[in-house]
Design a protein around this ligand. Structure first.
Ligand SMILES: [Zn+2]
Length: 68
C-alpha cells in the first residue's frame, strides 16, 4: 500500500535526536542531509540544522545548544 508507506516515511522524517534533547537542544533532524537542529528546545523561528558533528557535540554534552 502506497498510503501506508508514505505515512511511515513521514514519521521517520519527524525523528529527533533524543540525546541532544536530553541536553536541552531542539534535536529535530533533517534526515535527507543528516543534519540536526542544535538550537535550544522550544526556540523561536525555524530550525537551524547543523552538521552531524555539531549535533554529536551537543548530544555528548561537549557543546551548548544555541540560544534563541
Ligand atoms: Zn529546532
Amino acid at each position: 500500500m502506497i498510503a501506508s508507506e508514505t505515512k511511515r516515511l513521514e514519521r521517520h522524517n519527524a525523528s529527533a535526536d533524543e540525546r541532544a534533547i536530553a541536553h536541552g537542544a531542539c534535536g529535530q533532524k533533517h534526515l535527507p542531509t543528516g543534519r540536526g537542529c542544535i538550537r535550544v528546545v522550544n526556540h523561536s523561528g525555524s530550525c537551524d540544522f547543523r552538521s552531524a558533528d555539531e549535533m554529536k557535540a551537543v548530544a555528548d554534552g561537549h557543546a551548548q545548544p544555541l540560544p534563541g
